[in-house]
Write a protein that binds this ligand. Structure first.
Ligand code: MG
Ligand code: ZN
Length: 218
């Protein structure tokens, strides 16, 4: 009974995600679903991404949070169209919530939309929102055992950003072990170590995103 219910919920979500995807394609906007645990640096990465790409790509942001609009306020300060979705307790965004957010967003000319998901390594991985790519961000302070503990997140993501590499000398984090275990779960994963604080490694990510988001026509 319970399993059937979960299947129905996921199937209903998939239908809405497909509609979102069609809308994104029609508008020519490349959509990133940014996922990671609380404190991994999602919003800071987004700020660095805006700083690095806003002259090159017309960007917009959807901020998903359980409560508060703090992250949306940080992003809006960069003069980027920003929509806040408060999930009201839900620990992930789903297709329907994103669709609600899209109704408040003027898409015209937008080339790149980044959706910051709720901080959580579990269920955001189960709910498609119609995105082009799932990107996860982890940080060295979370420990190097995350791939084995949260395999689905690593499996569904195309890019794995490993943030806070400036802290590597101060924490017990085996970068090679982390990379190896992540790639064992998902051999196609692109692993990009970086530091939003020092800027080290950010260029690789910015270049990756610039190439993908420019290739669409609206
Ligand atoms: Mg945030
Ligand atoms: Zn959830």
């Amino acid at each position: 009974m319970e399993i059937k219910l979960v299947k129905d919920i996921l199937a209903a979500n998939e239908a809405i995600a497909e509609q979102n995807k069609a809308l994104f394609a029609e508008k020519g906007v490349y959509v990133v679903n940014l996922m990671g645990s609380p404190g991994a640096g999602k919003t800071t990465l987004l700020e660095r991404t805006i700083e690095g790409l806003k002259e090159k790509r017309k960007m917009a942001v959807i901020e998903g949070d359980i409560a508060t609009s703090r992250d949306a306020e940080r992003i809006a300060a960069h003069a980027i169209p920003t929509v806040q979705i408060n999930t009201g307790g839900e620990c992930h965004l789903d297709g329907n919530m994103v669709r609600g957010g899209l109704e408040q967003l003027n898409f015209d000319g937008i080339e790149l939309l980044v959706v910051e998901n709720v901080g959580n390594l579990v269920c955001p991985a189960e709910f498609n929102i119609g995105e082009d790519v799932k990107v996860m961000i982890a940080s060295v302070t979370e420990g190097d055992d995350k791939p084995l503990k949260y395999p689905l997140m690593f499996q569904v993501s195309s890019v794995l950003l490993l943030n806070k590499t400036d802290l590597l000398p101060h924490v017990d984090f085996d970068l090679e072990r982390f990379r190896k275990e992540a790639l064992k779960i998902n051999p196609r994963l692109e692993v990009m170590p970086l530091s939003c604080k020092t800027g080290e490694g950010l260029d690789t990510w910015l270049q990756w995103l610039e190439e993908r988001s420019g290739s669409r026509e609206g």
